[in-house]
Design a protein around this ligand. Structure first.
Ligand code: SF4
Length: 470
C-alpha cells in the first residue's frame, strides 16, 4: 500500500561507503533505491580524509541533489540518509546525517530506528549543560559520544551505545573511520556489501544491486563494525543480544527485491499469502492484491487456493506525492487518485482482496467501495499479517492506539465498517511460519509487538509516540 495514505510509515534508510573514489555518487544511487523508506529529507556527508562535508535538504533524493552538488562532494567515504519524519517531527534541522564539528574534527551520524529512552537521556544531558539543535532522538548519540571522556571514536561510540535503549541501526563517521552498529535486538535491517575493494553498508540489499555491489552479510544484533583504511573489524559490544527484527519489514516496508537477513522479501510475502490461503480460504472467482506491497501475498493466496490471480486494482503512476496533503480527508482523496479498480476484471465477480496490513481501516473501506462500484458481487478482505493493535516505538509510525482500528473494534465490526463481505487476518503463528526464519529462536527472532503488545525492550514512561495525543 501507499505508506503515506495507510498511516504506516518507515522512518529511515541508511547508506554508507568506505574506500571508493566516487563515494558521493555511489551514496546517491544507494539512497535512491532506499527512497521508499523515507521521502521527506535526504543528505550525504563525505570525508576526504581531512574534513567532512555535508549536503542535505527536504524532499526526495533527486530533488535534494543534482550533478553539480554531487561533484562538489569530494572524498572516498560517505554516509547518507533518507528520512520519514516521526520522532522529533520534520524540518530541516532533523534531516540526517546530523553533522557536528569540534576542535578535534567532524562527526556525522545517520540513524534508522528510534531511541526509546531519548527523552530521559536528553534531560540528563541538558542538566549537565548540553544544548540540542534538533528535536531528533539521534542527536543524543552525538552528545553521549562527546561526553564519554574517551579519545577514539570507537571507544566513545561503545560507551554511548551502552546507554541507549530501543531500535537503532547507526552509521557514524569521522575523517578516519566509519562505524556501524545495531541495537541488541537487531530491530532494523542493516547489511554489509563490497564493491571492488570498497565496503558498503545499507538498510536494504536492493541498494547493493543498483550500484553493482555484492552482499557480504548482515550486521548482527549488538554488533559494532569498524571500517577504515586497515579494513573491517567487528566486535560484539552487547554480550546478550536478543534478536527481534521488525516483522513489518517483511510484510510491508522493505522492497520485494531486498533480502532481509537472507530471506527474500517477495518470497516471504508470497509465503504469507499461502499461509493466509490455508488459514482463511473462501469461495471466490478472482484474487487481487492492493498494489504494490500486497501483490506478492495475493499471488501466494491464489496459488494456495487455486483461485486465479487477476489485476483487479491498478496503481495510477505519476500522480503527485500525497504526503504533502495534511488532512486525513485529503489523504483519502489521494487513494482515489492513486488506485483504480479494473472493471473488466472484477465486474460480476466474487473478489478476494489481499492487503498486507490494516492500520486505520479507512483505506481498506475506500478500496472495498471502489471494487463494488466497479461491479464486484462480493469483496472478501484477507490481510497477510495479524491485526495491528499496539503502537510501535521503534521508528515506525503506526499511529496511536486509539487510531488503530483493530485495537478499537471486533473483527465483525471492522468487516462492517469496511463494507466487506468477509474479513480475516493472518495469525501470528502463520506470520512466523510464512516468513520462515529460525523457529529455534524466540518468536523466530522477530518483533511482534504491534500485534501482541509484547515489546522486546523496556518502554519508558517518557517514550511518547511522536503522534500521541497526550
Ligand atoms: S512493533 Fe511492529 S512495526 Fe514496530 S518494530 Fe515491532 S514489528 Fe516492527
Amino acid at each position: 500500500m501507499f505508506a503515506e495514505i495507510k498511516g504506516l510509515n518507515e522512518e529511515c534508510g541508511v547508506f554508507a561507503v568506505w574506500g571508493h573514489k566516487d563515494a558521493a555518487q555511489i551514496t546517491y544511487y544507494g539512497l535512491h533505491s532506499l527512497q521508499h523508506r523515507g521521502q521527506e529529507g535526504a543528505g550525504i556527508v563525505v570525508s576526504d580524509g581531512d574534513t567532512l562535508n555535508v549536503h542535505k535538504g527536504l524532499g526526495l533524493v533527486n530533488e535534494v541533489f543534482d550533478q553539480q552538488t554531487l561533484h562538489s562532494l569530494h572524498g572516498s567515504a560517505a554516509i547518507g540518509h533518507v528520512r520519514y519524519a516521526t520522532a522529533g517531527g520534520g524540518g530541516f534541522a532533523n534531516v540526517q546525517p546530523l553533522m557536528f564539528r569540534s576542535q578535534v574534527g567532524g562527526l556525522a551520524i545517520a540513524h534508522n530506528g528510534n531511541i526509546v529512552n531519548a527523552n530521559n537521556l536528553k534531560l540528563q544531558l541538558e542538566n549537565q549543560g548540553s544544548i540540542f539543535q534538533s528535536t531528533s532522538d539521534t542527536e543524543v548519540l552525538a552528545h553521549l559520544i562527546k561526553r564519554s571522556g574517551y579519545w577514539s571514536l570507537e571507544d566513545q561510540f561503545r560507551h554511548a551505545l551502552a546507554m541507549l535503549k530501543g531500535a537503532y541501526a547507526f552509521a557514524v563517521m569521522n575523517e578516519h573511520q566509519l562505524i556501524v552498529a545495531m541495537d541488541p535486538n537487531g530491530l532494523r535491517p542493516l547489511a554489509i556489501g563490497r564493491i571492488g575493494e570498497a565496503y558498503v553498508v545499507a538498510s536494504e540489499t536492493c541498494a547493493f544491486d543498483i550500484i553493482g555491489a555484492t552482499y557480504e552479510r548482515d550486521v548482527l544484533p549488538g554488533e559494532m563494525v569498524i571500517i577504515d583504511d586497515n579494513g573491517l573489524r567487528s566486535e560484539q559490544y552487547d554480550k546478550s543480544p536478543n534478536p527481534a527484527i521488525c516483522s513489518m519489514e517483511y510484510v510491508y516496508f522493505a522492497r520485494p527485491d531486498s533480502n532481509v537477513e537472507t530471506i527474500n522479501v517477495h518470497t516471504a510475502r508470497k509465503q504469507l499469502g499461502k499461509q493466509l490461503g490455508i488459514e482463511a480460504p473462501i469461495e471466490a472467482d478472482v484474487v487481487t492484491g492492493v498494489p504494490d506491497s500486497s501483490i506478492s501475498a495475493a499471488i501466494g493466496y491464489a496459488e494456495q487456493t487455486g483461485i486465479p490471480y487477476e489485476l483487479g486494482l491498478i496503481k495510477n503512476r505519476y500522480v503527485g506525492r500525497t504526503f504533502i496533503q495534511p488532512s486525513q480527508e485529503l489523504r483519502e482523496q489521494g487513494v482515489k487518485m492513486k488506485l483504480s479498480a479494473v472493471r473488466g476484471v472484477v465486474e460480476g465477480k466474487r473478489v478476494v482482496m489481499i492487503d498486507d496490513s490494516i492500520v486505520r481501516g479507512t483505506t481498506s473501506r475506500r478500496i472495498v467501495n471502489m471494487l463494488k462500484e466497479a461491479g464486484a458481487l462480493e469483496v472478501h478482505v484477507r490481510i497477510s499479517s495479524p491485526p495491528i493493535k499496539h503502537p510501535c516505538f521503534y521508528g515506525i509510525d503506526t499511529s496511536t492506539t486509539s487510531e488503530l482500528i483493530a485495537s478499537q473494534h471486533s473483527l465483525d465490526e471492522m468487516r462492517d465498517m469496511m463494507g466487506a463481505d468477509s474479513l480475516a487476518f493472518l495469525s501470528t503463528d502463520g506470520l512466523m511460519k510464512g516468513i520462515g526464519r529460525n523457529p529455534e529462536m524466540s518468536n523466530c527472532g522477530q518483533c511482534l509487538a504491534c500485534f501482541t503488545g509484547e515489546y522486546p525492550t523496556e518502554i519508558y514512561a517518557d517514550t511518547v509516540h511522536p503522534h500521541a495525543k497526550v
